[in-house]
Design a protein around this ligand. Structure first.
Ligand code: ADP
Length: 439
């Protein structure tokens, strides 16, 4: 590089010196210098125009040979051109591979821009949801996938979960659509066929519901006879204890069957109604009142910190309160305390049940809402638990778009908090803590 620079400078100086020498022969040194400079400039302009012409015609053969600095420029230019050709080729190859693999994917994939307009889609998206590769490019995705629930999902802009919608191309088919944001403002819409998964879930639900339903009638008969027998005065003494045990177990089975049926109903139902208004403070007060006079349970305190009410199902929210309260009482010693709180703010409202009971080890917390899961099955059975209460709570909350949060410190107590989104709250007017009512 250094050498070339020296060569170019020396070449130009030699040209000027030559011009000056020839000029001096005629006693015109300056004119000789000027003519030499003009000759040099003219030569460069000619090379420049040739270069420009070659670029314009995209005819680079003429750039193979050049003189002086131009030969270097041409060879550098040709080298860069062949390099970029190589890159282009390998990128094209890579793109082909990516396209082939995305087309082989069983799930639909659609690239969207930040305005939810379609940039690209794979074959599965065409097959599963009826997208057309070229015609639909540039169209908003909810103009193609016209399910109102999907439109609401897009507009809400919360993409931590997907949404299940009916397949637009297959009768009875179901799709799980999920948006995954990536890059600066690109989005990937993933579409999965969940028809089979839903069919199996429905089969399991129907089986449990049918089995529970079939068990109900014989159980009612057995319970009826047991009740009649228990009322008999001349029952032999040695039969009284077994009879009581049979009665307890029959009522336990009745409870299991009723809760299984309730779970099946909740699983099959969609969102909870929005036209019914639930008075949470009233329900909390009623739940506490139902235990009035009992001195074998801890003290129950109700903090009603908000006048906000809820859009939802009164019967279902009542079952949430009763389940959480019953759990708290059963796992808290008599000298402990159970506090039920209702509060709201701009982010929604919280219904929480806090106790100072035995608490739960952290490894059990993620499993508490599973059906029949109990930390201590023996203890739960003895105090009337069947292991379905929190599963019911979870399903009711899902139907109300609410979330259950469980915090616990073993040996100190637990807090079960249900968070309801603002959309479910009626007149969510926070009442200052100082003015909270303790019922
Ligand atoms: P169960 O009918 O056994 O109460 P749940 O589904 O309501 O069934 O609760 C599942 C398990 O969670 C209980 O068996 C118990 O081990 C644990 N649990 C629930 N609430 C509490 C609580 N407040 N304190 C301690 N453990 C609890």
């Amino acid at each position: 590089m250094q050498k070339l620079r020296q060569k170019v400078i020396l070449g130009h100086l030699a040209l000027l010196a030559g011009g000056a020498l020839v000029g001096s022969l005629y006693d015109q040194v300056l004119i000789g210098l000027l003519v030499a400079a003009l000759l040099g400039l003219g030569w460069h302009v000619r090379q420049l125009l040739r270069f420009e012409q070659a670029l314009r015609d995209r005819h680079f053969g003429s750039l193979r040979y050049g003189d002086g600095i131009w030969s270097q420029l041409y060879s550098r230019f040709n080298y860069q051109r062949s390099q970029s050709k190589q890159y282009k080729k390998s990128y094209r190859q890579l793109l082909k591979e990516v396209r082939k693999s995305t087309n082989a994917m069983p799930d639909g994939g659609i690239i969207l821009n930040r305005d939810f307009e379609i940039v690209l889609c794979n074959k599965a998206a065409q097959r599963l949801a009826g997208f057309r590769r070229h015609q639909d490019r540039g169209h908003r995705v909810d103009n193609i996938l016209r399910d109102p629930a999907f439109g609401n999902y897009l507009n809400a802009g919360v993409f931590d979960k997907g949404i299940e919608i009916r397949s637009p191309t297959r009768e009875g088919g179901w799709l799980l659509c999920r948006i995954v944001p990536y890059g600066a403002d690109q989005l990937l819409l993933l579409i999965q066929d969940i028809t089979e998964r839903r069919r199996l879930a429905a089969m399991r639900r129907d089986f449990v519901a049918n089995a529970s339903h079939e068990l109900r009638s014989p159980l009612t008969v057995v319970s009826g006879y047991l009740d009649t027998l228990a009322e008999e005065e001349d029952i032999p003494a040695h039969w009284q204890k077994p009879l009581m045990q049979m009665k307890t177990q029959a009522s336990r089975m009745n409870k299991i069957v009723a809760e299984l049926l309730e779970l099946s109903r909740l699983e099959g139902a969609g969102a909870a109604p929005t036209d019914e208004i639930v008075d949470i403070c009233g329900l909390l007060a009623a739940a506490k009142k139902s235990l009035a006079g009992r001195n074998d349970i801890p003290k129950i305190d109700i903090q009603c910190n908000s006048r906000a009410q809820l859009h939802g199902s009164t019967a279902e929210i009542e079952s949430v309160i009763v389940n959480l309260m019953s759990n708290a009482i059963r796992h808290t010693p008599v000298e402990g305390q159970v506090t039920m709180t209702w509060a709201s703010d701009r982010d929604g409202a919280n219904l929480s049940v806090t106790d100072t009971g035995i608490g739960i080890e952290p490894e059990h917390i993620p499993r508490l809402t599973e059906r029949f899961f109990r930390v201590d099955p023996g203890r739960s059975r003895d105090d009337g638990g069947v292991g379905l209460g929190l599963a019911i709570v979870k399903h009711v909350l899902e139907r109300h778009e609410a979330k259950l949060q469980i915090e616990s410190v073993p040996g100190s107590g637990s807090r079960f908090a249900c968070h309801f989104p603002p959309g479910r709250i009626v007149a969510a007017e926070p009442v200052p803590i100082a003015g909270s009512s303790s019922i």
